[in-house]
Design a binder for this molecule. Structure first.
Ligand code: PA5
Length: 450
């Protein structure tokens, strides 16, 4: 069963068969480098086999911990940023109710606690509001940080540790704190060992943005009631499909080849468009995956996203008619989760009776195809990535499809798709301005520039 498929019909008119064939040949070579583990960053390709090679004992512990949290907590606070945040949020927002945290929805619909994300920015306002929202509720914390030293998540964890310890005492708090971090090193690992928190591992050979199918993503996702066996099984099927095929039979290679053709033609932006609000964070996850993997050595497409049809009423004008710097990748869910029919109205004062009896999805899909045609005519090549449905298997497959395509595309570009040296620059400046010991001189220098 294919959960993912790629439709390139509205892209092929923008390049010659020779351009594509040459790119596909490069994609094939990059695929071998990835699968043989001979490329740059090859100590971070543990994600390639992860859908089947994952630690089964830890997987069982994740399910046990999720069961406990579902039983003893009205809310789960998930602390993490970047790769330690986006995958879990993407999965929960896509696979769970659109209004998951509203009213009693989480409990009534999914038998699960509310889930709040924090430590993904530094806003005191957001923190105050979250603390307020949790008042009177029994809650647990899953703190996620591979390095165990990230400022945003460390500050949030210090605050929530104190709240939990005041509420439940040190021992009670320890039973409600779950830490996902490095197997051996980092401040979070040592703190967890001293305090006796249950810990889960971010494997050494899996970088943050490729870690959604490790405990990083799986624990919060399992707490929300998602079937993580199904998620892994969808990813495993996709892994097999992409390992077993090459050339144009491999849709991840085709996607990677087309991205590089457009880049070579001078496009600088890949715009991901979705037609389901539940896909908003999938696009955020995808942006990090490709942005951090390819944006280096002054190379790479800038990954951007729009939520449609919403943004057709704000960004639509630019996409149709602004600078011709982009191509578009549409994420389409073939079978939506549920259907709503448009009612007949006797008076038809709004003139909508021509749609009576049709579903919202019928209108949505036609809006999508109308937009694809309009954008293509406006000079924006369009690719459509189809997901079979809104289930776990489709999402697991989608995660793997993009990870694989990203590894291949990064190697085609000639970069190491598994490091992120650029993110250190802001941290150094931030530590200096905050007065962190060891950064005094730089701090003085920077203050003069402000
Ligand atoms: O993909 C990455 O490596 C980054 O986005 C990290 O996940 C992010 O910086 C958070 O790092 P850590 O998990 O060490 O707190």
């Amino acid at each position: 069963m294919n959960y993912i498929s790629l439709d390139c019909n509205k892209a092929t008119q923008f390049f010659s068969p020779d351009e594509f064939d040459a790119a596909l040949e490069r994609a094939d070579k990059a695929r071998s480098v990835l699968l043989k583990g001979t490329g740059a960053g090859n100590d971070f390709i543990g994600w390639v086999n992860l859908p089947t090679s994952y630690d089964k004992e830890e997987f069982a512990r994740i399910k046990e911990a999720a069961k406990r949290i579902r039983k003893d907590s009205e809310a789960l606070v998930v602390i993490g940023i970047g790769g330690s945040y986006l995958g879990a949020r993407a999965a929960i927002e896509f696979l769970r109710h659109s209004f998951y945290n509203e009213g009693d929805n989480a409990r009534k619909i999914h038998g699960a606690p509310e889930i709040f994300f924090v430590g993904n920015q530094l806003s005191g306002t957001y923190m105050t509001d979250l603390i307020e929202a949790l008042r009177g509720k029994d809650f647990s914390v899953n703190v996620i940080s591979k390095s165990g030293t990230t400022t945003e998540s460390s500050i949030a964890f210090r605050i929530f540790r104190e709240i939990l310890e005041t509420k439940y005492g040190k021992e009670g708090a320890a039973k409600r704190i779950y830490a996902t971090t490095d197997k051996k090193k980092g401040a979070l690992k040592s703190l967890s060992d001293v305090q006796g928190y249950e810990t889960f591992v971010v494997p050494d050979d899996v970088g943050g943005r490729y870690s959604v199918l490790t405990a990083v993503g799986l624990l919060p996702i399992a707490v929300s009631g998602v079937d993580i066996d199904e998620l892994m099984s969808g990813a495993a099927e996709e892994m097999q499909r992409l390992k077993d095929t090459d050339g144009k039979d491999n849709e991840a290679l085709t996607y990677a080849a087309m991205r590089n053709v457009f880049l070579d033609q001078g496009k600088s932006v890949e715009l991901m468009a979705n037609y389901e609000p539940g896909l908003h964070y999938v696009a955020e996850w995808w942006k990090q995956l490709f942005g951090e993997s390819e944006g280096k050595d002054k190379k790479g497409l800038f990954p951007a996203s729009v939520d449609l049809t919403t943004d057709l009423h704000s960004m639509g004008q630019y996409i149709q008619d602004g600078q011709r710097i982009m191509f578009e990748t549409v994420l389409c869910v073939d079978e939506p989760g549920s259907q709503v029919e448009i009612p007949e109205d006797e008076e038809d004062l709004d003139g909508l009776n021509y749609l009576a009896g049709k579903t919202m999805d019928f209108v949505n899909k036609n809006a999508m195809y109308a937009t694809v045609l309009a954008h293509t005519e406006g000079g924006v090549p369009n690719l459509i990535v189809h997901m079979k449905d809104t289930g776990e298997k489709s999402l697991g497959a989608l995660f793997y499809f993009f990870e694989f395509a990203c590894g291949v595309s990064g190697y085609m570009l000639g970069v190491n798709p598994f490091d992120q040296p650029g993110v250190e620059s802001y941290k150094k400046n931030m530590f200096a301005l905050l007065g962190k010991p060891g950064y005094e001189e730089l701090g003085e220098e920077l203050r003069k520039k402000l």
